[in-house]
Design a protein around this ligand. Structure first.
Ligand code: HEM
Ligand SMILES: *[C@@H]1O[C@H](CO)[C@@H](O)[C@H](O)[C@H]1NC(C)=O
Ligand SMILES: *[C@@H]1O[C@H](CO)[C@@H](O)[C@H](O)[C@H]1NC(C)=O
Length: 254
């Protein structure tokens, strides 16, 4: 079953709403009196942004991951509302806490475990790469120098990512169905078509191979695990109450 991105985002929002995510201070009705129409306003804005640019869904999803791991920014499309903005911004923290495309399986497991996620949750969350794109510079080494890559895939991807230059040229993270949120990401890994080195690490004769195989044949199990892990990520050490601030300009501290 393939779900197109806009519908997927809407569905994810719905799942989060239904689960009624709440902890001490984040809650799904945080804005119920101050801005009662907030959710429909966000939903309309997200739907129109995604329909005019299919990559917008991917950008929002990735932003969510990066924000939650470092807790730098405020309310986005996440449904547990009431997050506040950090009074600090650290490029070095962002770079050291967020795993990179050159990471091996152990480093990926460690980066997620440092934030309280199991290897299983890491594999589920990585399924986000069923949508979106990556710049040539993030996978050049893989397509020219690695052995655990499908030769046909390497050749076609090289056409769009030269040995030198073209650093910012984009390729889809999921070569099979680039804009559909489905389990093709895992099927690709089994045919050695992971775009990033870090992607292929999830299926490289290691401890996560079995889970990749399972998701590749059972998308319901991937969707369930993914939604649960996204809810958990939403609740990662958010700034709430009187902590943090609400930035006037999202790009910088007040
Ligand atoms: C497992 C560790 C991960 C690594 C090493 C990683 C790395 C990357 C890299 C290098 C890119 C391309 C960025 C660029 O070219 O500028 C990317 C894109 C993306 N990542 Fe990840 N990522 C990881 C996990 C995640 C998670 C957990 C999520 C969301 C829950 C996520 C969502 C996305 C999305 C949606 C895109 C596409 C963005 C777009 O098209 O604009 N990634 N990731
Ligand atoms: C590599 O990709 C081709 C074309 O998509 C496919 O037929 C083949 O089975 C893949 N190879 C492996 C090892 O999965
Ligand atoms: C796993 O090990 C086998 C046997 O050594 C090897 O042929 C294969 O290329 C390795 N990598 C993957 C991703 O399966």
């Amino acid at each position: 079953m393939a779900i197109l991105v806009p519908q997927c985002l809407a569905r994810l929002m719905l799942i989060l709403l239904l689960i009624g995510v709440s902890n001490a201070q984040l809650s799904s009705n945080f804005y119920s009196s101050s801005c009662p129409n907030l959710l429909s306003i966000i939903r309309t804005a997200v739907n129109s942004a995604v329909s005019s640019d299919s990559r917008m869904g991917a950008s929002l999803l990735r932003l969510h991951f990066h924000d939650c791991f470092v807790a730098l920014k405020g309310p986005s499309w996440a449904i547990a509302l009431g997050r506040r903005d950090s009074t600090t911004a650290s490029l070095s923290n962002a770079n050291s806490q967020i795993p990179g495309p050159g990471n091996n399986l152990n480093a990926l497991i460690t980066a997620f475990s440092n934030k309280g996620f199991t290897a299983r949750e890491m594999v589920a969350l990585s399924g986000s790469h069923t949508i979106g794109q990556a710049r040539c510079t993030t996978f050049r080494n893989r397509i020219y120098n690695e052995a655990n890559i499908n030769a046909t895939f390497a050749t076609s991807t090289r056409a769009n990512c030269p040995r030198s230059g073209g650093d910012n040229t984009l390729s889809p993270l999921d070569v099979a169905t680039p804009t559909a949120f489905n389990n093709d990401y895992y099927r690709n890994l089994i045919s050695l078509k992971g775009l990033l080195h870090s992607d292929q690490q999830l299926f490289n004769n290691g401890s996560t191979d079995a889970q990749v195989r399972a998701y590749s044949t059972n998308s319901a199990s991937f969707f369930n695990d993914f939604a649960a892990a996204m809810v958990k990520m939403t609740n990662l050490s958010p700034l709430t109450g009187t902590n943090g601030q609400i930035r006037r300009n999202c790009r910088r501290t007040n």
